[in-house]
Design a protein around this ligand. Structure first.
Ligand SMILES: [Fe+2]
Length: 411
């Protein structure tokens, strides 16, 4: 059985924006997330699924389907997912922290924003009924979590780790996550059932199941990750799948009871290099391999004329680096965190590259080059307290000895 997994699509319906300063500002400050060609990427995904030999047995979408929980955006996605199912590939969806009752749901005119309808938590199941919920074996009454049998051997757990309000509001979305006590009890019962039924479990949540980065906590893992760890240990689970951090990254940890656990974050579908997870399960175990969506291949096959699409790898890297420069320029040029002697442009370029490899999960492939450059700039970086110039590059360099794109585990 083979599954594809995409996450953090962050689709913004083209009906919700006009090209202008406002939407461009959103893209420039969204850490590399690309807005304008979202519908094209989805076309490229449909094409890739149709061309695949063999076709996947399912497509998992692990949350943050929409840019900021706009109803119009999820309606676009329902049309795309239906086309994927028409190819014979079932789609399994779940919400992310940006999808439900998000007070930041907005449309954009050339120079202004306007409020647009939000996706309500209770509507998500009906909007996505054909994409997981209708064929669910069991649903948690307290959240949008469910289980579904993929075949006679494998059961999928789609676990809602998001914190959201019950009605329309104007608050920003909560970045952090949590699995409530009642949902945890439901999971316990469902994991016992899966064991009794002799099923392998594919466990998916939006947030990280534990923190991947020492000394860099952020709001990545669910806040009660230790409770989840205890639960998963009881069922000898080795792997969980997630998204949320937008970077391609496989967290590794020896749990409190001494088990090896892997938490596989697939990179955001909307961010360079547009990762797609490929999961293969057989009697032996499970393999995961992160690949890159080939947008240019679709563009050429479908006769597109837009050069951004025909040369997509160049374009998406440029979008990524533009957002990077906005972020770094604040620390380096505006706040002036480096000494006058520091080669500022070179340092900006270096951290930009570091960040790019981090998001692609390829730091280990550039290990020697990065170590040599870091040694060159370290004296200047050591002088500053700015997070993006000190702790952040150090955190990324720790990824140099890890494979963040490939994993094999036995059941
Ligand atoms: Fe996201």
């Amino acid at each position: 059985m083979n599954l594809w997994l995409v996450t953090d699509i962050h689709h913004l319906s083209p009906t919700l924006y006009e090209v202008g300063d406002k939407i461009q500002y959103m893209q420039d400050t969204a850490a590399g997330l690309e807005i304008y060609h979202s519908a094209d990427r989805l076309e490229a995904l449909v094409y890739a699924i149709d061309q695949a030999e063999p076709k996947p047995d399912g497509l998992i979408v692990s949350g943050d389907l929409t840019f900021n929980g706009e109803l119009a955006s999820i309606k676009d996605l329902a049309v795309v997912f239906k086309r994927i199912e028409d190819l014979g590939v079932p789609v399994y969806t779940m919400p992310g922290n940006h999808d439900l009752a998000n007070g930041w749901a907005r449309g954009f005119t050339k120079d202004d924003l306007f409020k647009t309808a939000q996706i309500m938590p209770e509507d998500f199941e009906s909007l996505m009924a054909d994409f997981g919920y209708k064929t669910a074996l069991s649903k948690d009454p307290q959240s949008r979590s469910y289980t579904v049998d993929l075949d006679q051997k494998n059961r999928l757990f789609m676990v809602d780790s998001n914190i959201y309000e019950g009605q329309e509001n104007t608050n920003p979305p909560q970045a952090g996550g949590r699995i409530s006590e009642t949902t945890m009890a439901w999971l316990d019962q469902e994991l016992a059932q899966a064991q009794a039924d002799g099923r392998h479990v594919i466990f998916v949540l939006h947030h990280n199941a534990f923190n991947h980065f020492k000394g860099f906590e952020g709001t990545f893992a669910i806040d009660n990750w230790a409770d989840l760890e205890q639960l998963l240990d009881r069922y000898h689970m080795a792997v969980t799948f997630c998204g949320h951090i937008h970077a391609q990254n496989i967290g590794r940890r020896t749990t409190a009871s001494g088990l090896d656990r892997y938490d596989v974050a697939t990179g955001s579908f909307a961010v360079y290099p547009n990762s797609v997870g490929h999961i293969v399960m057989d009697d032996q175990g499970l393999t995961y391999d992160s690949q890159v969506l080939d947008v240019a291949d679709w563009a050429q096959a479908s006769g597109q004329t837009d050069n951004d699409l025909l040369n997509y790898p160049v374009y998406i890297e440029q979008v990524y680096q533009a957002a990077n420069r906005v972020k770094l320029a604040e620390s380096v040029y505006t706040d002036n965190y480096l000494s006058d002697q520091a080669p500022k442009d070179e340092i900006v370029a270096f951290i930009g590259r570091l960040n790019q490899y981090f998001f692609a999960g390829t730091v280990s492939e550039h290990k020697d080059e990065l170590a040599a450059d870091y040694a060159k700039y370290e004296p200047y970086l050591a002088e500053t307290k700015a997070f993006f110039l000190t702790q952040y590059p150090q955190m990324i360099l720790k990824e140099a000895d890890k494979d963040n794109k490939y994993l094999q585990v036995d059941w």
